[in-house]
Design a protein. Structure first.
Length: 158
C-alpha cells in the first residue's frame, strides 16, 4: 500500500507545505551534471564516471540551467530517509514529461538516507530553475530483510 503525502513528508527535510501532495512529496532541483568520463559497472564493483556541473545563470531573480538534448544527472535538494518497512519510488513531475523530458530513477531501499539523484533525458531544449519541483517521492509498505548499507548511504548529506 502506498502511504499518504503527509506520511512521506515526515521522512523528507527540508520540506514545506507546497511540496506535500496527496500521495507523496515533491523533490526540488539542487544541481545538474553531465557525465564527462566513462563509468564502469562490473560483477565486483563499480566506478562512477567523472561529472561536470552545468552552470546556472542568474536571470530575473532566479537561477536557471539551459539544457539541450541529452542526458543529465539531477541532484535533489532534500534529504530523504526511507523508513523501515517501506520502499521509495521517485516519479517525474508531469510538467517534465509535458516538456519532452523524462526522469529515470531506481528503487530506494529501506534504510537509505541521503540526497539522491535521477537521470533526466531531455528530448527538446528546456530551462530548469534551481529549486523547481522536478520529481515526486512516494513510499510503499514493503516486506524486506535488512536495510540499505550500500555505498550511496548518506550521499551529499555533509
Amino acid at each position: 500500500m502506498f502511504r499518504s503525502g503527509a506520511f512521506v513528508a515526515e521522512h523528507v527535510t527540508p520540506v514545506d507545505d507546497s511540496q506535500v501532495q496527496p500521495n507523496g512529496v515533491d523533490l526540488t532541483l539542487a544541481a545538474v551534471h553531465e557525465q564527462a568520463t566513462r563509468g564502469r559497472i562490473g560483477r565486483d564493483g563499480k566506478r562512477i564516471g567523472e561529472r561536470e556541473e552545468v552552470s546556472f545563470e542568474s536571470v530575473e531573480g532566479g537561477e536557471w540551467a539551459y539544457l539541450g538534448r541529452g542526458g543529465y544527472v539531477l541532484q535533489y535538494a532534500e534529504t530523504v530517509s526511507i523508513p523501515e518497512g517501506h520502499v521509495g519510488f521517485i516519479y517525474p513531475r508531469s510538467s517534465l514529461m509535458r516538456n519532452s523530458c523524462m526522469l529515470n530513477t531506481a528503487v530506494w531501499d529501506a534504510g537509505y538516507e541521503g540526497k539522491g539523484e535521477g537521470l533526466l533525458q531531455v528530448h527538446h531544449f528546456v530551462e530548469l530553475e534551481r529549486g523547481a519541483r522536478v520529481a515526486q517521492l512516494v513510499l510503499a509498505e514493503a516486506n524486506h530483510e535488512g536495510t540499505y548499507e550500500g555505498s550511496y548511504q548518506g550521499e551529499r548529506t555533509d
